[in-house]
Design a protein around this ligand. Structure first.
Ligand code: F6R
Ligand code: MG
Ligand code: MG
Length: 372
């Protein structure tokens, strides 16, 4: 039995022009760093580096488990090197997500986003890595729900006898730092009541129900780090990653992809303060240019075998997503017409970590009591 850890660690450490893309030299810096300091030294078994908009993404496979200090330090050091290049060449937002002055054992809460999954390899393991730009972890609530709990999305929930028992969702309250486990289909409505409140709750993990160890039942893991909560002010958006396992008792790869056919509305976009459709794109189209968006998601399909990564296949490059993209762009157009008005602009509560508190501070003394 091979036990494998997949660590996806990402950060925005500089981009061009403005917040659009990570330039190729920065990706090369991270690739060389991971090759020299990790792969060649036998610390990791394989890696893949890519970008989604202004976010530099790493995928590493190893046998060291989640929250391993060495793995986190490797990612941190790579981000520092890429940020140094960005600083030297005056690229935009150089070092933006590196909130701490120095690495202190774990990147969580220090700015970078993390999704890590430990699983026992089966006969064959398809794994899809999703990565977003200009949005937040709660963007995954709707698609992950559809994939693992909606038979209108996932045929296997009614047709595969090994899936019919359903899945267990681990949900985080992002602000109170509490978590709850909910079983589907029995607690579907309670689950929806929570995860429909996207301003507060995010799906963290999904497990297959039934016997077996967590490392056999783990099906999905989502990065839930809130950059602006960690920083105490608006720095940039969280831009989360997610890891989803497919096939043979988990949703088929096509059922996983089907979850992203809705152009559903997410928060982020310009200045992290606007709602808009989530646009599924190929890696080459992960260039958020209109109003710094619309928010994007890419999907890389891998086979994981003996801790090696085979692939990736750029999953949203398929023409079957063209109509979803068209729909998303039409929604984007419509929403942009609303300018600074809710619900295109997010609510005041959601603006807490953006520039709104400064505007309110400035106007504070000018509010007078209405005497009538
Ligand atoms: C969104 C994002 C951008 C910036 C915007 C203003 O996550 O990063 O939309 O908020 O471009 O950036 P600054 O304040 O750097 O001029
Ligand atoms: Mg940025
Ligand atoms: Mg970003």
């Amino acid at each position: 039995m091979v036990e494998t850890t997949i660590s996806c660690i990402k950060a925005d450490v500089g981009s061009l022009a403005g917040h659009v893309i990570v330039p190729e030299p920065m990706l090369d810096i991270m690739r060389e760093h991971l090759k020299k300091e990790a792969l060649n030294k036998g610390i990791i078994d394989d890696f893949y580096v890519f970008n989604v908009g202004d976010d530099l993404e790493t995928v590493m496979t190893h046998n060291r488990g989640a929250n391993d200090e060495k793995i986190h330090e490797l990612a941190w050091d790579g981000f520092i090197k890429a940020a140094d290049y960005a600083k030297k060449n005056k690229l935009y937002g150089a070092g933006q997500d590196l909130l701490a002055d120095a690495f202190s054992g774990n990147v969580r809460g220090q700015g970078p986003g993390v999704a890590e999954m430990v699983f026992e390899e089966r006969k064959s393991d398809p794994v899809i890595i999703f990565a977003c730009d200009k949005t937040e972890p709660q963007a995954f609530n709707l698609p992950i729900y559809k994939i693992f709990a909606d038979p209108f999305n996932t045929a296997g929930l009614t047709l595969d006898p090994t899936m019919i028992a359903g899945f267990t969702f681990e949900v985080y309250n992002l602000y109170e730092h509490t978590r709850i486990m909910l079983d589907t289909p029995e607690e579907t409505y309670e689950l929806l009541a929570l995860i429909g409140t996207t301003s507060k709750y995010a799906i963290k993990r999904v497990f297959k129900k039934g016997e077996g160890k967590e490392t056999q039942r783990i099906a999905a893991e989502i990065c839930t780090e809130k950059l602006n909560v960690s920083a105490g002010k608006y720095v940039g958006k969280d831009d989360p990653v997610a890891i989803v396992r497919g096939q043979s008792g988990f949703p088929a790869v096509g059922e996983i992809m089907e979850g992203f056919t809705h152009a559903h509305i997410v928060s982020g976009w310009m200045r992290g303060s606007h709602k808009g459709p989530l646009l599924p794109v190929s890696v080459k189209d992960a260039t958020p240019t209109r109003f710094d968006g619309p928010p994007r998601i890419v999907a890389l399909g891998f086979q994981v075998g003996n801790r090696k990564l085979y692939g990736p296949r750029d999953m949203f490059s398929d023409i079957s997503f063209d109509l979803v993209r068209k729909k998303a762009l039409e929604i984007a157009d419509f929403m942009r017409e609303q300018g600074p008005f809710e619900p295109h602009r997010v609510s005041e509560a959601e603006l807490e970590y953006t520039t709104m508190p400064q505007v309110m501070e400035k106007l504070k003394g000018r509010f007078k009591k209405i005497e009538e």
